[in-house]
Write a protein that binds this ligand. Structure first.
Ligand code: F6P
Length: 353
């Protein structure tokens, strides 16, 4: 193996934050510095830091004590340097600015920790002649090529606890409680927290629901002496205004709550969990996954495995080409065993079988 001593790496966190980002920064940076003798630089606010040349050299001390801390010490943004509309506004394009900054600092690799958008941008940077490694994170668990993303387990725990709490108040008031869960266009977080929290109805974007099925199911429960129901709804399910091309002005949770109350006549209340799902300390499982991915990322750099994403597959951490990951979404497959198992427990997915 060629000497890695003195190699320089940059790290950035981009897109929505999630628990485990600091654990990943620590895993990458400490391994890079302590095992491989590399210099580590942290760029601020995602790709914005790369464009604007805003970075800080990270010492091992800077990366200590952050394993359990939520958010990201580097900050993040949704900056997309390859976005066409921004392209002509600058004398030098943003990708050119990035290239110049990376060369000026003499970076051997830029580690991009992020979700789907970040992996897309990382792939473009690689094609632009900048060596990158991707590290997948998101509470949505929707990145193609990896079984799990860190952030997901923590968010499942938070959403499940919220559903548990909503259960007791639903029971006291004999109400229908609708809980909206994040996840963008994928239903992983809703499915897992819905099953873990014993949701009676679980609606995810991957399974189109019928209003009539919801009504029948909730009224059947009522007739059976169960006057309250918990309906766990993914933020990304289709609500009619979206279908009609009209700008959607209601959240999925509010919409479902409204139609249930209208159709069943039962008192219904919505709860939008929102950003609480992304905040706070990572779960032990996420700390472990982020640390494993981080440490492996430093190893990938030492072996010159660029243009790839560190992924978790069948319990192992492996490299996956960014070219394969970019532009793809990992949604919940309709034949996922968990869905059938939940159906066997009389959980309703809003569709007729
Ligand atoms: O991708 C993570 C996520 O939390 C999604 O679940 C959610 O739709 C989105 O980010 C919210 O993003 P923003 O921070 O831009 O409001």
């Amino acid at each position: 193996m060629a000497s890695t001593k003195g190699m320089k790496i940059g790290i950035l966190t981009a897109g929505g934050d999630c628990p485990g980002l600091n654990a990943a920064i620590r895993g990458i940076g400490k391994t890079a510095a302590l095992k491989y003798g590399m210099e580590v630089y942290g760029f601020s606010s995602g790709f914005l830091g790369l464009v604007n040349d805003e970075y800080k050299k990270l010492s091992v001390r800077d990366m200590s004590g952050i394993l359990t801390v939520g958010g990201t010490i580097l900050g993040t943004s949704r900056e997309k340097p390859f976005k066409k509309s921004d392209y002509n506004k600058y004398i030098r394009s943003k990708p050119e600015q990035i290239k110049e900054n990376v060369e000026k600092l003499g970076l051997d690799c830029v580690v991009c920790i992020g979700g789907n958008g970040t992996m897309k941008t990382a792939n473009k940077l690689q094609q632009h002649g900048i060596s990158v490694v991707g590290v997948p994170k998101t509470i949505d668990n929707d990145i193609w090529g990896t079984d799990r993303t860190f952030g997901f387990d923590s968010a499942v725990n938070i959403a499940t606890e919220a559903i548990d709490r909503i259960h007791t108040t639903a029971n006291s008031h004999k109400r229908i409680m609708v809980v909206e869960v994040m996840g963008h266009d994928a239903g992983w977080l809703t499915l897992y927290s819905g099953v873990a929290g014993g949701g009676d109805v679980i609606l995810i974007p991957e399974i189109p629901y019928e209003r009539e099925v919801l009504k029948e199911y909730i009224l059947k429960r009522y007739d059976e002496g169960k006057p309250y129901s918990i309906v766990v709804v993914a933020e990304g399910i289709e609500v009619p205004p979206k279908k009609s091309g009209v700008k959607r002005n209601k959240s999925a949770g509010n919409y479902i709550s409204e139609i249930i109350q209208k159709d069943t006549g039962l008192e219904t209340r919505p709860t939008i969990l929102g950003y609480i799902q992304r905040g706070g300390s990572p779960s032990p499982a996420d700390r472990i996954l982020a640390s494993e991915l981080g440490s492996y990322t430093a190893q990938m750099i030492s072996e010159g495995k660029f243009g790839q994403m560190a992924a978790s597959k069948n319990g192992k951490i492996v490299p996956v080409p960014l070219n394969d990951v970019a532009g793809r979404l990992k949604v919940v497959p309709g034949d996922l065993p968990l869905i059938n198992q939940a159906r066997a427990l009389d959980t309703c997915f809003g569709a007729r079988l």
